[in-house]
Write a protein that binds this ligand. Structure first.
Ligand code: PPS
Length: 323
């Protein structure tokens, strides 16, 4: 059943059955299914229940994404903007410690997550203004986001590059299914059955909110095309009036090369990624638009384009797949 020729038949099969059951055995070990969404065991149900009722502050800034869409990049930009470009101040903490990833366990171990503290619990004690990040699918987001209306920065990336990046990350993070075969991942991505589920449902939800005054919808491709203009756009959204010099500092320290060089912004320096680094795999892998072309076969591309056309029909969703 899991071969490319049967992908479309397989998509139909999966919609008629449990998404989790349809996963290959090696992937099932890392995931569970809840309300039709496949979630990583790294984010146990207890955390989701707590986060649904999480106390949101109106002066919070939420960074929300579908995985591998530029979360870490925007996290860096936001923390530099909040610090007015003071690099010594931001470098006191690693980038991942500056912004709690709400639904993650403190130990980042999927086998122990159930009994660990969630980072959302740690974030409860943080002084305002907080920058918080989450990759929760829309149904699991804190309900208070609607009433408290904190600033929300949503970063989206074209689905082909996001999928490729996610595939590679499965062999970087010890908490994700170790997909070795791109076609296996491609099938599960098309079926919305990889951890955290559907790119389409996640992105469309925020696309539809993109004109709400507390929401900034920005794309990876836009950031790649003109990083400085993107930094300015984020500053304007946050109401931060930074000087031209400070905007330059934020921009220069947020390029792929600068973040890779700085152990305080490069996630590879964290113990959790030690094994991956030994195998010459990197969290900051390529940082490009269009790397999907090195992965998608002609047949996969046709299948995905059909799916994309079908899902986006009647919407004005518009992504850039190459620069
Ligand atoms: S995660 O694990 O979901 O939080 O990953 P996320 O940070 O969302 O996405 C990781 C990808 O973003 C790329 N990245 C960057 N690209 C360009 N410039 C900068 N500064 C930058 N920082 C991170 C990172 O390399 C991953 O993409 P790929 O395509 O795998 O290289």
């Amino acid at each position: 059943m899991r071969n490319l020729a049967n992908t479309l038949a397989y998509v139909e099969y999966v919609t008629a059955t449990s998404k989790l059951d349809a996963l290959p055995d090696f992937a099932k070990e890392y995931c569970y299914e809840i309300d039709g969404w496949v979630m990583p065991k790294l984010n146990p149900k207890r955390f989701l229940d707590d986060l649904k009722n999480y106390e949101v502050r109106s002066d919070d800034t939420y960074l929300i994404t579908w995985p591998k869409s530029g979360t870490t990049w925007m996290q860096n930009i936001l923390t530099l903007i909040f610090a007015n470009g003071d690099m010594d101040a931001v470098r006191e903490k690693h980038l991942f410690d500056r912004v709690p990833f709400l639904e993650m366990p403190q130990g980042l171990d999927y086998k122990k997550a159930e009994n660990d503290n969630g980072l959302y619990e740690i974030a409860r004690d943080m002084p305002s203004p907080r920058i918080l990040k989450t990759q929760l699918p829309p149904p699991f987001l804190p309900s208070q986001l609607e009433e408290k209306k904190p600033k929300i920065v949503y970063v989206a990336r074209n689905p082909k590059d996001a999928a490729v990046s996610h595939f590679h990350f499965c062999n970087v993070s010890p908490a994700l299914p170790q997909y070795r075969d791109w076609n296996d991942f491609f099938i599960d991505f098309c079926n919305d059955s990889i951890p955290r589920g559907s790119w389409f449902e996640n992105v469309f939800y925020w696309w539809n909110k993109r004109n709400e005054p507390n929401v900034l919808f920005i794309t990876y491709e836009e950031m790649k095309k003109d990083l400085r203009a993107s930094v300015v756009r984020v500053c304007e959204f946050l109401g931060k009036d930074l000087s031209e010099e400070i905007i330059d500092v934020v921009t220069e320290n947020s390029t792929f090369a600068a973040m890779k060089k700085d152990p305080k912004s490069n996630p590879d320096s964290l113990p959790i990624f030690k094994e991956a680094v030994k195998q010459k795999r990197s969290f900051l892998r390529k940082g490009e638009v269009g790397d999907w072309k090195n992965h998608f076969t002609v047949a996969q591309n046709e299948i995905f384009d059909d799916l994309y056309r079908e899902k986006t029909e009647g919407t004005d969703v518009n992504f850039t797949f190459q620069l």
